[in-house]
Write a protein that binds this ligand. Structure first.
Ligand SMILES: C[S@@+](CC[C@H](N)C(=O)[O-])C[C@H]1O[C@@H](n2cnc3c(N)ncnc32)[C@H](O)[C@@H]1O
Length: 226
């Protein structure tokens, strides 16, 4: 009898818990919802359209590599450059060279002492600008067209230090069914680049950190290994 009473009590408790559980606790997000939201992400109030997973990975990578120069292709409003420069402030050294084809950077980025803006496209960046730096990391976040991405990769890869990264952003466009618009986009560029550039490997540590290619930089964390 005691046992039966206990069972009934437990059943009632279970019903009550279920009754009080709001139905909106359902979890639902995917690549498309992340993509929609990422376009509104800001850093210090400046637009920084970044997948939140990659946001976290960047600060870990910067901590690990500790570069004295980050070259960012594609400045846009400057949120990314600002984030990188602030991280460098914490480590106490380093510069960000951020390149675009337009002058649209927010003043917070434009006036940051660790940021140098270039507005003439990656094609016209003078590699001598990077000469005095010893540990260099490069991010391609430019047009995302396959040919342009591959061109930038070929130009900047020799600058990347051993054990540092050439990060190719936004291969996610394939999963979003947008790759045709970019002639194959970053993933085509990566696939064309790797067979003839064996100093680089895809670093699965970062690509798969949150799950298999749970990143917008699909197969895009390229580590220079030799
Ligand atoms: C995705 S946005 C960059 C976002 C930025 N990295 C951030 O974190 O906020 C791409 C930028 O690449 C720029 N771009 C396009 N072609 C370029 C080129 N040839 N050289 C440098 N930047 C280019 C565009 O003007 C645009 O501002």
């Amino acid at each position: 009898m005691k046992k039966l009473l206990k069972q009934i009590k437990n059943k009632i408790r279970y019903w009550l818990i279920n009754l009080s559980t709001p139905s909106n606790e359902k979890i639902s997000f995917d690549t498309f919802s992340l993509y929609r939201a990422h376009g509104s992400i800001t850093y210090r109030g400046v637009l920084y359209s970044k997948c939140p997973f990659d946001y976290v990975l960047y600060q870990m990578i910067l901590r690990e590599v500790d570069p004295d120069l980050v070259i960012e292709i594609g400045t846009n409003i400057g949120g990314g450059a600002l984030y990188l420069a602030d991280l460098m402030d914490i480590s106490g050294h380093g510069m960000v060279h951020t390149i675009d084809v337009e002058k649209k950077s927010d003043a917070l980025a434009a006036n940051h002492p660790r940021i140098k803006l270039f507005t003439d496209g990656w094609e016209n960046y003078d590699l001598n600008e990077a000469k005095k730096y010893s540990k260099i990391l490069v991010i391609d976040d430019g047009s995302h067209f396959a040919e342009s991405t591959l061109g930038a990769m070929k130009k900047f890869a020799p600058l990347v230090s051993v054990n540092s990264y050439l990060i190719v952003e936004d291969g996610i466009i394939n999963a979003l069914q947008l790759s045709k618009l970019f002639n194959g986009g970053p993933i085509k560029a990566i696939n064309d680049f790797l067979p003839t550039n064996q100093d680089f490997i895809i670093d699965r540590k970062w690509c798969d950190f949150f799950g298999k290619n749970a990143t917008f930089n699909v197969n895009g964390y390229l580590k220079r290994v030799k």
